[in-house]
Design a binder for this molecule. Structure first.
Ligand code: NAD
Length: 340
């Protein structure tokens, strides 16, 4: 498959692995890139900018294909030296950056000067248009189905993607709810240049997380996610575990919720232990609605290959079959075909 995404990033398949806190390590990013997609390291998973530099070097030893780095700017418990992380990205000669959270405008001049392709993750059309206006190269349009931060508008990809196709000139990637070939075919039909997957890549052999987490994703249904931090306007879609239920109970109490009321429960370091120890109720961990579509744990290469193959089959056989079935078409349809 060739799209503006594969052309601009120099990758084989239109499949991107988005930034994921505690999961976007070299093992996963390199496996996705080696599988023909675009792997992305998550900058803030590294405790310091120096550690990010080492992780980029480690990833280069594991793949000679293109990979990117995600630098998300959202509220954090400890202050983050974002400029330092950005400096490491530039000095390490990374050529693809995924930005998310806040407006990336202050970072664009140095990224552009370094010849970096910037993909900005947006959860609304107004933010996508703004991103195009300020000069990002591509947007990742993140629907309400997604894991992590879906924004506050709650618009699903069936609306967001056609709107993006109508209004944007730059290429865009469909993100949120994708995990199989039908999803890729649908994203292309809706106007996107490819798909971004996070949750689906967590349930792969190379994802650097505990087997119990992967198994929980296989067993989960589409009902097993929850939206927390709604009351703080920093909504996050996470796996519906005991901690998420406790946070929801606190948020449902009358009066204003203060971050202090839930801080102890939600700290990222507890979530990191879920991934490393496999204790599913130790902290908050991210998952999108697509958990309902996950039923195995393949390698990243197998997963990408299968998604592309299935999408091609859907486009070339099922969809082409639908449009070519003229003889059996109803009379009104035949007449319409003839006059066209
Ligand atoms: P952390 O330990 O600093 O905070 C834990 C959670 O609480 C995060 O979701 C954070 O956004 C939220 N939070 C912190 N302070 C807050 C406040 N004052 N008000 C409201 N919410 C607050 O986070 P971490 O696990 O070390 O992750 C670092 C950052 O990267 C976070 O902002 C996280 O959201 C973000 N991130 C998100 C994604 C994603 O959406 N998929 C991916 C990568 C990173």
């Amino acid at each position: 498959m060739r799209t503006r995404l594969t052309e601009m990033l120099g990758i084989e398949h239109p499949v991107v692995q988005g930034g994921m806190q505690w999961v976007g390590l070299a093992e996963l990013a390199s496996a996705v890139s080696n599988g023909g997609g675009l792997g992305i390291l998550t900058a803030l998973t590294q405790p310091t900018p120096e550690d990010l530099e080492k992780e980029i070097r480690r990833c280069r030893e594991m793949t000679d294909k293109p990979f990117g780095v995600n630098l998300t700017i959202l509220p954090t418990i400890k202050p983050v030296p974002y400029e330092e992380y950005a400096r490491v990205i530039i000095e390490s000669d990374i050529k693809i950056v995924e930005t998310a959270g806040r407006n990336p405008e202050p970072f664009l001049p140095p990224y552009k000067a370094a010849g970096i392709t910037v993909i900005h993750k947006c959860t609304s059309i107004r933010h996508s248009l703004k991103a195009e206006r300020i000069g990002v190269d591509m947007v990742s349009v993140d629907g309400f189905e997604c894991a992590g931060h879906p924004g506050e508008d709650d618009i699903t990809n069936f609306i967001l993607l056609p709107l993006a196709a109508r209004r944007l000139t730059i290429p865009f990637i469909a993100s949120g709810g994708f995990g199989d070939g039908a999803g890729l075919a649908a994203a292309l039909a809706l106007g996107a240049d490819g798909i971004n997957m996070g949750t689906r890549f967590m349930a792969t052999k190379e994802a650097p997380i505990h087997e119990k987490v992967k198994q929980a994703m296989v067993e989960a249904s589409e009902l097993d996610t929850a939206l927390i931090y709604r009351t703080l306007r920093n909504t996050a879609r996470v796996f519906r575990n005991g901690i998420a239920e406790q946070v929801l109970e606190i948020e449902a109490q009358p009066g204003e919720t203060k971050f202090e009321d839930i801080r102890e429960l939600v700290q990222g370091v507890r979530g990191r232990e879920v991934y490393s120890q496999g204790d599913l109720d130790h902290g908050i961990w991210s998952a999108g609605m697509v958990v309902g579509l996950i039923d195995d744990i393949p390698t990243c290469g197998e997963l990408i290959g299968r998604i592309v193959e299935d999408a091609e089959k859907i486009i070339e056989e099922r969809l082409a079959g639908v449009t070519s079935a003229r003889e059996s078409a109803p009379k009104w349809r035949q007449a319409a075909n003839e006059s066209a």
